[in-house]
Each structure stands twice: as structure tokens, then as C-alpha cells.
Design a protein around this ligand. Sequence first.
Ligand code: NAD
Length: 480
Amino acid sequence: MLKLNNYIDGTLKTPHSGTYLDNIHPATGKVYSLIADSTEEDIHQAVRAAQTAFPSWSGLSLKERHNYLLRISQLIASKSKALAKAESKDNGKPLWLAEQVDIPRAVDNFEFFATSILHFSSESHQMPGRAINYTLRKPLGVVGCISPWNLPLYLFSWKIAPALAAGNTVVAKPSEITPMTAYLLAEICIEAELPPGVLNIVFGSGLKAGDPLVRHPDVKAISFTGGTATGRHIAQVAAPMFKKLSLELGGKNPNIIFEDCDYDRMLKVTLRSSFANQGQICLCGSRIFIERPIYERFKRDFVEQTASMMVGDPNDPNVHLGAIVSEQHLEKILSYIELAREEGGRILTGGKRVYPAGELKGGYYLRPTIIEGLDYHCRTNQEEIFGPVVTITPFDTEAEVLAMANSTPYGLSATIWTNDLARAHRLAEDIESGIVWINSWLLRDLRTPFGGTKQSGVGREGGMEVLRFFTEPKNVCVAY
Ligand code: NAD
């Protein structure tokens, strides 16, 4: 069985523990490869390699770093079919989704930051007649990147590419649930002849491999995407060590639909924003608020179209939803559906596990689920479920829906459907979230600041924001 070994100092290395974790194929529930069960020793080795590589990597010209990153982007593009297959197999997502979204976005991430570093600039502040201040922006040194399982290569590269572009060397830990494309990226880096130690990829669990990375005194910054509870723990460890921290955490995003919206477009996009990637996108709109005059119409159409969605074999091009990422996560989602029932919710469609025939019968499939009749304060409407489960709730006034939208501890993204321009701008200003989509969803321009407010995170990724995160500003004041 294939063993995914660590990529440290330019080569693939067995873990110090000599042990491996099972990597499960969610579509069948069977083990299909083994992952290095890394520990503190492997992290130490990776950090040392990254430290050694730092002076020469940070000393390269911008154009030289640009060339390496562009080469990686091109290699990902040239292997996109195989990478999409691997991503779908590892995560359970439909193959067409990995082909259309995950892998093209990884190509774009490397290309975007390869290019944006050429355009990155710092400020100067003049004191007329007296002095000029200018800001130097230097790379931090060795940085740690930790990513989740829902968009594996997409989010892994979203951190690694800017960190490297800015001149840092990196120790990265992908999720132990979806390590395969990170492993394939290691092979790509070897093929691209990325200098040894510039990027190190250490596999393993959060506790045994992630935690020592966060605690390592020579790691200057942690860029983390994952759950809010993990983010809180990481902040408790890293903040007293004065590390720079970027935390991209959970969400419970509102999708607000007004009567005056473009109904057909809204319905089509709402199906996607509810259930794409089995609802396992941090930006999915899991709380849908509908203006009362169109509530019954929306409910009928939304339930009908959701009930006709196909759930099953991720390789089937007609399938809408593939497998949930793991048995444990499926159990968590099912427990929330049970909770919704206990809280008085009515399951309008879904709510049940699906058992396809043949080889797939042991896979983790769930029907997309719509629940109504819940108070916006209840746990189902307050806690992140992170699966194909949405609630629908009618509202009467803008003030009422704003209060409901802002009622959770999260603040990642929001979607508003209306053709009233003034109302759209008003709400966009007052909604407590880092990202607001008006009449769209998941329309992404990589130059924009990306991140959440409240318990959805600290800091921003994307564009120049992330290059600022991965560099340390120093003001130089020259008197004349
Ligand atoms: P998770 O927090 O369980 O794990 C994320 C990563 O952290 C994994 O690599 C894991 O091994 C590692 N980890 C776990 N414990 C650790 C520790 N003590 N120290 C260091 N590392 C540790 O999250 P998950 O279940 O993989 O991902 C789902 C969550 O991610 C959801 O809450 C989702 O909303 C969130 N998410 C957020 C964004 C965003 O941009 N805000 C994007 C995608 C996913």
C-alpha cells in the first residue's frame, strides 16, 4: 500500500516514529494508503531544514522566486487530471468539482502569488523639509502553515504560495484526513527542483505533528485554517510566544433572500451555496432567511430541486453530492439533524444516510437536508454543522433579518439577494462578516482581503494582505 512520507529537506523521508496512520477512501470506507504518523522529531528536522534554506531563498531576486512558483503552477496544471482524481478519491467530493474548482484554483494560487510578489511594494512617508520615512518589508523566516480537509490542495497552496513568494521558508502540515494532494505537491516540488528545505511537508495528526509545529520556538508565524476550537487552542499556545497569527476559522453564514431578487438566479445559486462540496465549504450559506411573501414559493421550489439532487459515486459526472469526508464527520452531521428534531425542527427533505449498491455501500453518503420551524437562537442555528444541512426561516423586515443574521458568534461570510441597491449596500455595511456577496456566491477575486470576524478568525489572507502578513515591516527614518 502506498505510504505517504514526509517531504523534508528536498527528499521524502520516513517518519521517526516508523508508524503510519490509515488514509480512508470516503466513497467506500476502505483504507487505501498510509500516512506518516509524524511527531516532534520530524517537525524539528523540518524546521532545521527550513532554517538552513532561509538565507539563500530569501536572498533570491523576486524574479527567481517568481520563476520557481510559476514552474510549480505549470506542473500542477500539467497534472491536473491526476490531481483531480486524487483529490476526489481522498475527500469524497465529485470528480467534476475537483476538476473545475479545486485543482484550477491551486494552479491559480501559485501563479497569482508568483506574479503578485513582483508588484508588491512598501510605503514611504515624507515629512516635508525634514525627513523621509520608508518601510522595509522583510520575510519572517520559517513559517508554519496548517490546513483543513475540505478544500485540500486549494487551501494548502493558498497559504504556501504567498509565504514562499514573500521569501519565507515553510513547514506545512495538511489535514491527516486528506493528505494525498499535498504528497503529490511534494513530488511536484522535487520535479520543479525547488531548493531543498524551502518547503517541507510533514504529515500526521493535529496533536502529534500540528501542535509541535505551533510550539516550535523557531517558527515565526502560524497561518492556520480549520475549526474555531482548534484555532482557539493554537492562539493560546502561539500568542504568549509572540508569533504572528492568521486564523481562518468556522462559519454559520446567513443567506438573505428578499422578494425583489432575481428569483431563478437566486434559486440556482442557493442550491450551490447550500450543498456544494457536500456543504463542506466554510462559506456555504447554512442559514437561509426568506422574506415572507415568497417563503412558500421558495420552500416548494427549493425542496423539490434539493430532493432531486443525485448523491453517490464521486466519479459519476451526473452526481451532485459525493461522500462526506469521514465516518466521524458523518456521525457529527447526523447528530445535528437529530438535535434539530429535538429542537422542534421539521425535516422537509433529506436527513438520511444513503447506502449505494456494490463497492460504495460502506461509503459515507448523506442526502441534502432542509429543516424549517426552528428559532434562530437554537443550537442548530447557532453552531457550525459543516455538512449538507440548511435551515429556512421567514422574515418580515430588514431590521429583523439583520438581527437574526448577526446573532451567531461567527462572522465569516454572508449572501444577500435583492435588486434594491440601497438596501444591499446598507445591509452589507451592517452585517457582521468578513465577506459579503450580493446577488452571487463564491465569486472570488484573489486580490481581495479574505477572512472572518468574531469567532470566524483573525487576520486576512489574499492579495497584498497576505504578503503583508508574511513580512515584517520596518520603518527607516532618514533626516535631511
Ligand atoms: P480542524 O481544526 O480539526 O483541523 C485543521 C487542521 O489543524 C488539521 O491539519 C489538523 O490536523 C490541525 N490540528 C488539529 N489540532 C491541532 C493542534 N492542536 N495544533 C495544531 N494543529 C492542529 O478542522 P477541520 O475539521 O480539518 O476543518 C473544518 C473546519 O475548517 C471547519 O470549521 C471550517 O469552517 C473550517 N474552515 C475554515 C475556512 C476559512 O477560510 N475560514 C476554510 C475552510 C475550512
